[in-house]
Design a protein around this ligand. Sequence first.
Ligand code: ZN
Length: 91
Amino acid sequence: MARNGSAGVRLKKCPKCGGEIEISFLNQYSYVHKLTKSGRISKRYTKEDNGTMEVSVAGCRTCGANWGDGEFSIDEDGYFWDFKYSGEGRL
Ligand SMILES: [Zn+2]
């Protein structure tokens, strides 16, 4: 997969500091409250899973390097491809 005309670079660790990369897949949930007989919103609620937002972000906790949606990709084999830091003095 390519972005901005350049192919990504497969990474095993943070290109800035060598730290661990974490990838977060964002999901959306709703807390659903009922309106009670008194006309007030109930304190109780049910949590509803509205599924994935199809957005993922990644980052390194050590140095703060981060990837927004579209700045990296995970391929079918589970490898991490960097489109953001590639070419910038990577390890
Ligand atoms: Zn780092």
